[in-house]
Design a protein around this ligand. Structure first.
Ligand code: NAP
Length: 235
């Protein structure tokens, strides 16, 4: 199952997994897009319209979609928002926290419990290289991605302690072409969606704990961990 599957990374994940023979369940708010993707990709695609902020509805929607798909092996929590410049500052932050933190955490919690009952499974979270860096221009976004990565680390520790057969994969992309980034300025090393997702699919299938997408962003992660905060504050 892939949340946020109507565009960008989520849609391309659906395309590449279907081409590999997987049965894929799509989640997003734009029903016409979901219908269109199903028409393009065929019978192995199922979908439900859902706003991941509506956690009460999600509690019913996820099991319904899983039943239609005939089971669940991998839950990819990809739905996310960037900086909505049309909203005033607090509403902007509130939306980011509601989708990227609450919607994500609820999905992760659901998937973890489902896989605990099942005895195996894989939870994949779409974090970001931004999880490693605070930013005055995108405080809520960077903090939300820090939450995603930290939450997944906590789940991974829990899995290890109880020796469960559940993989927790934390994906940390740099810049990737998508609707979220189409009007961004000052980006570098921007990967095509196809290339970025090819590397993500490989990491998911290899059951990796963490991966930077594309690979060269490991360098930025390494620098981010070494450079002291007071230096970042001046950049
Ligand atoms: N592109 C990058 O450079 C980059 C870098 C690092 C991390 N990421 C992360 O990658 C993920 C995918 O982003 P993208 O770049 O592919 O952007 P995108 O094209 O804007 O895709 C975002 C997806 O999330 C869905 N979504 C947004 N709010 C939702 C909600 N409330 N409920 C359900 N679905 C919702 C959207 O679907 P609907 O509008 O139909 O609901 C859409 O399918 C995000 O978590 C983002 O933070 C992206």
């Amino acid at each position: 199952m892939i949340t946020g599957a109507t565009s960008g990374i989520g849609k391309e994940l659906a395309v590449q997994f279907v081409h590999k023979g997987y049965i894929v369940g799509l989640i997003g708010r734009r029903t016409e897009r979901l219908q269109q993707i199903k028409e393009e990709l065929g019978d192995n695609v199922f979908f439900r319209t859902l706003d991941v902020r509506e956690t009460d509805k999600a509690k019913k929607t996820y099991p319904e979609l899983i039943a239609e798909m005939g089971g669940l092996d991998i839950m990819i929590l990809n739905a996310g928002v960037g900086i909505d410049k049309l909203l005033p500052q607090w509403e902007r932050d509130e939306k980011t926290i509601a989708v990227n933190v609450m919607g994500f955490a609820h999905g992760a919690h659901f998937a973890f419990n489902y896989f605990m009952k099942q005895g195996w499974g894989q939870v994949v979270g779409m974090s970001s290289i931004a999880s490693l860096l605070a930013s005055g221009r995108a405080a809520a976004y960077t903090a939300s991605k820090h939450f995603v990565s930290n939450y997944m680390t906590g789940f991974r520790q829990k899995v290890k302690r109880i020796d469960a057969d559940i993989t927790i994969t934390d994906i940390r992309p740099g810049f990737v072409e998508s609707e979220m980034t189409e009007n961004n300025k000052g980006m570098f090393w921007v990967a095509t969606t196809e290339k970025a997702v090819r590397q993500m699919v490989k990491a998911i299938e290899k059951k990796r704990n963490h991966v930077y997408i594309t690979k060269r962003w490991r360098l930025v992660a390494w620098v981010a961990k070494l450079v002291p905060q007071f230096v970042w504050d001046r950049i």
